[in-house]
Design a protein around this ligand. Structure first.
Ligand SMILES: [Zn+2]
Ligand SMILES: [Zn+2]
Length: 445
C-alpha cells in the first residue's frame, strides 16, 4: 500500500528542509522507485536562491562577493555537464543497486519503517565516507573527484563543481546496502546526502558549536577543500563527521585555509577541468618503468612515485603562504558579462530540456546535449582568452540560428525567439569579424 503522506511535489518548506536533510521519514518513504521524486532537479530554485543569499550577505558583511564570476561559471558549468548523462539513462548508482537487490538480496527491510529510513541514512553516509576517502587515495578515482576540488574559491557554487565520471567510481560503495534496503529508500537518501553537502560550501558560517562534533559543517568541509599541508586527505564525511573521528581522518580548522588543488590548473575550459588529471595519469603511466610501478600509478595515491609511500610525501606538497591569488580570467568585464548572458540562456535551455525529456526524441535530445556541451566549451575558450574562442563562438551562434530556424530548438523561450535570433545574428557578425581579423594576423592559440 502506498504511503498517503508522501508526495511527488515539493513544497517551499520541504524544499528548504531537504537542503539540510531535515525531511521526516513519513513524508519521504515510497514503496516503488518510480514514486521517488527527483529531489536534486527540484532543488534548482533553492540552489539559486541560496547562492543569491550568500552573495547579498557577503556584500553586506565583507563588501565583496564570495568569489569570482569566472570561477562560479566554471563550477556551474561542471554541474551541468555532470547531469547531462541523466537525460539519456538512469544513473549507474541506481541500475547497479537494482541489479544487486533483484538478484542477491538477503532480507527485505520494510520500506515504510522509520527504522529502515534511519538505517539507510547511516548506511549511505558511511558508503559515501569510504567512496570519498578512496577518491582521494586512489589516483584513478582522484582523476574524477579532483574536478570538485579544482576551484580556488570556496562558496556555494563550488558545491556544484561536479565530475562527469565520478559516478562510475562511486556506485560500488553503495551496493552492500542493496542486500537488505529497498531501492526506493536508497534513492531518497542518495539524493539527500548530495543535497546536504551544498550548504556547507560557504565561508560565511564560522562555528556551529556542539553540532561540529557530529555533523559535517562549513568549517570541517573548508579543511577538506584546503591545499595547506594540514588539510590534505582530511574530513571525508558527507553528512556526519563522526566517520572521520572514528577512522582517524578528522582535522579541525585552525590556520587560514587556501583552497584548490595543490597544483592549480589555471583554466576555465570545462573539458580540462574534467579530464586534465586523466591525461596526467596516462602520461605518468607510460613514463614510469616496470609493470608493478605502472599499476601503482593508477591505484596508489596521486602523490605516489617509485620509492615513495602509498600516499606520497607530505613535504612534496607545496607550502602555502595565505597570500595566494586565485587564477582569474584576463578578459574584459564586458566579455565576462557576455559569457554570463550566454550562460543564462544555456541554463534556461538546459532546464527546459530536462522538463521535456520524456517527449523529445532521442535525436533531439542528443542534439540539445551537443549544443549545451558546445556552449560550455565556447564560454570556457572565451574566458581563457583563446583565439579559437572567436571561431567556436561564431560557429555556435550560427548553429543556434540554424537549429532555431529549422524548429529543432523550439519551443525554447518561444516569446523571445525573434529577439533571440536578432541577438544571435549580432553575435555572429561580431565574432565573425574577430575570426577574420585573427585569420589575417594568423595569431592562433
Ligand atoms: Zn574531496
Ligand atoms: Zn566539497
Amino acid at each position: 500500500m502506498k504511503n498517503p503522506e508522501a508526495q511527488q511535489d515539493v513544497s517551499v518548506s520541504q524544499g528548504i528542509r531537504m537542503m539540510f536533510y531535515m525531511m521526516k521519514p513519513n513524508e519521504t518513504s515510497f514503496q516503488t522507485l518510480e514514486e521517488v521524486p527527483d529531489y536534486v532537479k527540484k532543488a534548482t530554485p533553492f540552489f539559486i536562491s541560496l547562492m543569491l543569499l550568500e552573495l547579498v550577505v557577503s556584500w553586506i558583511r565583507k563588501g565583496k562577493p564570495p568569489g569570482h564570476l569566472d570561477d562560479a561559471l566554471t563550477s556551474i558549468s561542471a554541474g551541468v555537464l555532470s547531469q547531462l548523462p541523466r537525460l539519456l539513462s538512469r544513473s549507474i548508482e541506481l541500475t547497479s543497486y537494482i541489479y544487486v537487490w533483484q538478484n542477491y538480496r538477503l532480507i527485505v527491510l520494510p520500506w515504510d519503517s522509520p527504522w529502515t529510513w534511519y538505517l539507510t541514512f547511516l548506511g549511505v553516509d558511511l558508503g559515501y565516507y569510504w567512496f570519498h576517502r578512496l577518491a582521494h587515495e586512489v589516483n584513478i578515482m582522484w582523476a574524477a573527484h579532483q574536478t570538485h576540488h579544482s576551484s580556488e574559491d570556496y562558496n556555494l557554487s563550488t558545491a556544484l563543481r561536479q565530475s562527469v565520471f565520478q559516478i562510475y567510481t562511486s556506485w560500488i560503495f553503495y551496493c552492500p546496502l542493496a542486500l537488505f534496503i529497498p531501492p526506493s529508500v536508497y534513492a531518497v537518501h542518495l539524493q539527500f546526502n548530495l543535497l546536504y553537502q551544498f550548504w556547507i560550501h560557504t565561508q560565511l558560517i564560522d562555528n556551529l558549536g556542539p553540532l561540529e562534533l557530529i555533523l559535517n559543517t562549513p568549517s570541517h568541509h573548508r579543511v577538506h577543500h584546503g591545499r595547506n599541508r594540514y588539510c590534505i586527505d582530511k574530513n571525508y564525511g558527507g553528512t556526519l563527521i563522526i566517520w572521520d573521528r572514528i577512522f582517524g581522518t578528522f582535522k579541525a580548522e585552525n590556520e587560514k585555509v587556501v583552497y584548490g588543488l595543490t597544483h592549480p590548473i589555471n583554466t576555465f575550459e570545462p573539458f580540462k577541468v574534467q579530464f586534465h588529471h586523466l591525461i596526467y595519469i596516462w602520461t605518468k603511466f607510460w613514463a614510469t618503468p616496470g609493470c608493478f610501478n605502472k599499476l601503482s600509478v593508477i591505484f596508489k595515491g596521486p602523490g605516489w612515485g617509485p620509492g615513495k609511500p602509498r600516499l606520497g610525501l607530505s613535504e612534496e606538497i607545496p607550502e602555502v603562504t595565505g597570500n595566494e591569488v586565485p587564477f582569474s580570467s584576463p578578459v574584459s568585464q564586458v566579455l565576462k558579462i557576455y559569457t554570463v548572458v550566454q550562460f543564462s540562456l544555456m541554463l534556461a535551455f538546459y532546464e527546459e530540456t530536462f522538463a521535456d525529456k520524456t517527449v523529445l526524441s532521442q535525436f533531439k535530445l542528443l542534439l540539445r546535449i551537443c549544443f549545451i556541451i558546445l556552449t560550455l566549451t565556447s564560454i570556457g575558450f572565451l574566458l581563457d582568452e583563446r583565439s579559437k574562442g572567436a571561431i567556436l563562438e561564431t560557429f555556435r551562434c550560427s548553429l543556434f540560428l540554424m537549429l532555431s530556424r529549422f524548429g529543432h530548438l523550439k519551443p525554447f523561450l518561444p516569446s523571445f525567439s525573434f529577439s533571440l535570433e536578432i541577438f544571435f545574428s549580432i553575435c555572429i557578425a561580431f565574432w565573425g569579424m574577430k575570426t577574420m581579423k585573427l585569420l589575417v594576423s594568423k595569431h592562433w592559440r
